[in-house]
Ligand binder design. Structure first.
Ligand SMILES: [Zn+2]
Ligand SMILES: [Zn+2]
Length: 162
């Protein structure tokens, strides 16, 4: 991912969640032990649990990877969040994944939606029934493209109260 996307990620998270974001680049973020060789995908749940284990008590982390992720019962997940650890995969956010032409702006917009969504879970937000809300569950890239990159009014109000 290029710097422009990462900077946009930091900016939107700081705006929506009112905190400071520190960006770190890491090689081998997702080790091969998380790979399920039968599926050719990485186990998002195991990754999140692993990082929870090595993270300090009050630390929050968002992992961004290009590895394809899955969770039990689902063919794939765009992301997952649990107790201070969130992960998103950009693997299925590239238009090229769907046989379409490369489109940086579209890709960036999708990344922003997924990070705001997962960090929303870290802050205690649950899925929203408003399909335009960033906290709506995305079953497919069509859902992701349909929603905004911001929480709806109701979710924003909840966020302020949490
Ligand atoms: Zn979710
Ligand atoms: Zn909402």
């Amino acid at each position: 991912m290029d710097d422009e996307v990462l900077e946009a990620v930091a900016k939107i998270l700081e705006e929506v969640y009112d905190g400071e974001v520190e960006i770190q680049l890491a090689e081998d973020l997702i080790g091969e032990d998380f790979l399920n060789p039968d599926r050719g995908q990485y186990d998002a749940w195991k990754i999140v649990q692993y990082y929870r284990g090595i993270l300090g008590e009050n630390e929050y982390i968002l992992l961004i990877t290009d590895k394809d992720l899955y969770a039990a019962g689902l063919n794939f997940v765009f992301g997952l969040a649990w107790r201070g650890v969130a992960i998103i995969s950009v693997h299925r956010l590239f238009p090229e994944f769907y046989g379409q032409q490369s489109d940086r702006e579209l890709f960036k917009e999708r990344v922003l939606k997924e990070v705001v969504h997962e960090v929303g879970h870290l802050h205690g937000l649950t899925h929203c029934s408003d399909r335009r809300c960033v906290m709506a569950f995305s079953n497919s890239i069509i859902d992701t493209d349909y929603k905004m990159n911001m929480p709806c009014k109701r979710c924003l109000t909840k966020l302020r109260l949490l």
